[in-house]
Design a protein around this ligand. Structure first.
Ligand SMILES: Nc1nc2c(ncn2[C@@H]2O[C@H](COP(=O)(O)OP(=O)(O)OP(=O)(O)O)[C@@H](O)[C@H]2O)c(=O)[nH]1
Ligand SMILES: [Mg+2]
Length: 491
């Protein structure tokens, strides 16, 4: 798979890289990549990060803050005028409303610039009393990230892989309509556009069904079929994979193959490549957010699918130590944090196991980044903590419990929660051996009973009980550790 930085190979890109580097000398800028599949927690993480930094949140392990060197943090106009601004105020209003609710799933790309004013703690303190660091962050629908796996992949290779997966994943018949459409058509002949639209629609319905519960598959591009943004109805989204036709190989491909291949390539050239070149090719730091608990909850097959998706996506990022030339022309991500999100859904005694599961799932990406000289960390984290921990019972029989307000419709045994009542639940134990959890996935079973785990989603916390929400910050788990690793050394 080609590295993304190779996409910047033309002269204009090299020029803009050098210009950005020169600009960075005057106004130091850190491009923080918040990477994560759909519903992994990107928008919540960005909102909580901004809130906690701008309002002086409780961040005891963020060293520049505890050293008293942060003078202030505030949002500034973003560098790129072509992209909408991250709707920080809207997301905050959702989280602070009464009752609070989580921000909606992201449908479009957006950007924000957070500026941190600080007093330098190193040799610079003799020359400058005050310095600023811009932190640029992009938020986008997680589905679009799946497209990274398509880069450099031919139409025939993508077709072969997609058809294999559709057959494997046809549990509960989710791919039946699409597969029977394929068996009815003759890929060696021409096809009316209406029929092509029908086929693309059936393919999209299958992708959507695979993505949603109870299947919770993560790894099925093209991402815009799931979240089209402003491309709804475009011919670039009107294609589907085809089995190899008699014409593929030495013979000229059939008219249908030609048109499907052309649209697939247009999708790569006009949608996928610019998206990654503009937003991912010059990242300095990266946090990879993974909802490992969500996949555990959906069963071993979903866990294995998540592992596959992460491996194919992370293989494309350019990580490693920078030297002067690489920082100008081909910057590398020199620190990467893998964070298992929503850790407030399990008791803290299970956080190490949760981090261990993520470490196991991403071990290839970790080994690759470390080999190239990047610093890597893995942790369990909650950008916003929605639960409070406690113990039920005494002595050896005591059980760790979590209390909070489960979201409407969440189910525990016979109980269906209404979204407003408080509950204290025992979340269960995470599997101690991550390899076992994934091995079950490899057997392609979706037997939830093998995991002693009940993951209930909770409403966001009601915040400080005071009437004044304007300065309330969000409770979190290890957001400060994450910030210290990602930006602490640059302040
Ligand atoms: N308890 C808890 N839930 C969280 C946390 N972060 C995210 N969630 C839950 O996960 C859901 C998805 O979070 P988002 O931040 O919207 O995820 P995203 O990665 O932006 O998702 P897309 O926009 O769909 O790509 C939220 O609606 C919450 O239900 C957290 O720190 N704690
Ligand atoms: Mg989002």
């Amino acid at each position: 798979m080609p590295e993304l930085s190779k996409l910047r190979s033309n002269a204009r890109d090299v020029y803009s890289g050098a210009r950005e580097f020169a600009g960075g000398l005057v106004h130091p800028t850190l491009r923080l990549g918040v990477t994560g599949l759909a519903r992994s927690g990107k928008t919540v993480f960005i909102t909580s990060l901004v809130r906690n930094l701008t309002q002086g949140g409780r961040l005891p392990f963020f060293s520049p803050l505890t050293e008293g060197r942060i003078l202030g943090a505030y949002l500034e106009p973003q560098p790129d005028d072509r992209i909408p601004r991250f709707d920080y105020e809207g997301h905050l209003a959702a989280l602070n409303s009464d009752p609070p609710f989580w921000p909606k799933s992201t449908k479009q790309i957006s950007q924000l610039r957070l500026t941190v004013d600080y007093r330098p703690g190193d040799a610079w303190r003799y020359v400058s009393k005050r310095r600023s660091l811009h932190i640029d962050i992009v938020d986008y629908p997680g589905e679009w990230l799946l497209d990274l796996a398509l880069m450099g992949k031919s139409f025939s290779k993508w077709s072969e892989e997609s058809l294999k997966l559709a057959r494997q994943q046809n549990r509960g018949g989710i791919a039946s309509n699409w597969l029977s459409f394929l068996s009815e058509i003759n890929p060696d002949t021409e096809m009316e556009e209406e029929r092509v639209i029908e086929g693309a629609g059936l393919f999209r319905d299958y992708l959507r069904a695979a993505r949603s519960e109870p299947h919770a598959c993560s790894s099925l591009p093209p991402g815009r079929f799931l979240m089209p943004g402003d491309l709804e109805g475009s011919p670039m989204l009107t294609f589907f994979p085809l089995p190899p036709a008699a014409g593929v190989g030495s013979e000229p491909p059939s008219p249908l193959h030609k048109i499907m291949k052309r649209r697939y390539n247009s999708y790569l050239n006009h949608v996928v490549t610019p998206f990654y070149r503009d937003h991912f090719s010059r990242l300095d730091r990266q946090i990879v957010l993974v909802d490992a608990l969500g996949a555990l909850n959906a069963g071993p097959a979903a866990l294995q699918d998540l592992e596959r998706a992460l491996t194919s996506i992370l293989g494309s990022f350019r990580t490693g130590k920078n030297n002067l030339l690489s920082s100008i022309f081909r910057p590398r991500i020199d620190r990467i944090l893998f964070a298992a999100t929503k850790a407030d859904h399990v008791h803290h005694s299970d956080h190490e196991k949760l981090a261990g599961l993520l470490r196991f799932m991403t071990e290839r990406a970790i080994a690759r980044a470390e080999y190239k000289g990047a610093d890597v960390k893995v942790m369990a984290m909650a950008a916003i903590r929605a639960t409070v921990e406690g113990m039920r019972g005494d002595g050896a029989a005591a059980l760790p419990i979590l209390s909070g307000i489960p979201l409407e419709g969440e189910v525990l045994g016979d109980k269906v929660f209404n979204g407003s009542e408080k509950a204290a639940i025992f979340p269960g134990d995470l599997p101690g051996d991550p390899s076992l959890a994934l091995a079950q996935g490899r057997k392609d079973v979706s037997d939830k009973a093998t995991m002693d785990m009940r993951y209930i989603r909770f409403r966001p916390p009601a915040g400080e009980e005071s009437a004044d929400k304007s300065s309330a910050v969000f409770p979190h788990i290890r957001l400060d550790h994450a910030l210290d690793f990602l930006i602490g050394d640059r302040i």
